[in-house]
Design a protein around this ligand. Structure first.
Ligand SMILES: CC(C)(COP(=O)(O)OP(=O)(O)OC[C@H]1O[C@@H](n2cnc3c(N)ncnc32)[C@H](O)[C@@H]1OP(=O)(O)O)[C@@H](O)C(=O)NCCC(=O)NCCS
Length: 142
C-alpha cells in the first residue's frame, strides 16, 4: 500500500497536471518569503498582481499602445502557492472586441523539491482596454 502524497503541512496534494499546450507561456516567477500571508502560503494579492502582468502580455502585442485592465471577470485560487515554487503563467486570447482584448490565464507551479511536475494553482479571465492619450477607449488595431 502506498502512502498518499501530501505537502509539508500534511495537506493532500492534487494529482499532477500537464502544462497547457493551447496557451502561451508568458511569465515565470518564483515567490519569496516576503510574499507570504499569515498561513505561510503566498499572499493572494501577489498572485493577482502577477496574473495581471502575465495577462497583459498578449493584449500588449495586439494593442501596441496604452492599455488598462478594465475587469477581472473570473479569478479562482485552486491550490495554494508556496515559497520557492516555480510559477508558470500561460495565457490565450478569449475574445478581441472593438476596444478590448479578453484573455484566459492559467497558473501552474512546480513545487520546491518536485520541479518538473506541474500543479494547476489558479485560473483567471481578464479584460484589457486600448486607451488613447486621454485615457478613453480607442479601437484595437486591426
Ligand atoms: C478602462 C476604461 C478606460 C474603460 O472606459 P469605459 O468608458 O468604462 O469603457 P467602455 O464602457 O466604452 O468599454 C470599453 C471596453 O471595455 C469593455 N468592458 C467595460 N467594462 C467591462 C467589464 N466590466 N467587463 C468586461 N469588459 C468590460 C467593453 O465591453 C468594451 O469592450 P469592446 O469595445 O471590445 O466591446 C475606464 O473604465 C478606466 O479608466 N478604468 C480604470 C482602469 C484602471 O485603472 N485599471 C487598473 C490599472 S491598469
Amino acid at each position: 500500500m502506498s502512502a498518499k502524497a501530501s505537502d509539508p503541512q500534511g495537506r493532500a496534494s492534487p494529482a499532477p497536471a500537464s502544462a497547457p499546450t493551447d496557451k502561451e507561456l508568458v511569465l515565470k516567477v518564483i515567490p519569496m518569503p516576503a510574499d507570504t500571508n499569515g498561513n505561510g502560503d503566498i499572499f493572494g494579492g501577489w498572485v493577482m498582481a502577477q496574473v495581471d502582468l502575465a495577462g497583459s502580455v498578449i493584449p500588449a502585442r495586439i494593442i501596441r499602445g496604452r492599455m488598462a485592465t478594465v475587469a477581472v471577470n473570473q479569478f479562482v485560487f485552486k491550490q495554494p502557492v508556496r515559497v520557492g515554487d516555480i510559477c508558470s503563467f500561460f495565457a490565450s486570447v478569449q475574445r478581441i472586441g472593438r476596444t478590448s482584448v479578453t484573455v484566459d490565464v492559467e497558473v501552474f507551479t512546480e513545487r520546491f523539491g518536485a520541479q518538473g511536475t506541474f500543479v494547476k494553482v489558479t485560473e483567471a479571465c481578464l479584460t484589457y482596454v486600448a486607451i488613447d492619450e486621454n485615457g478613453k477607449p480607442t479601437p484595437v488595431p486591426r
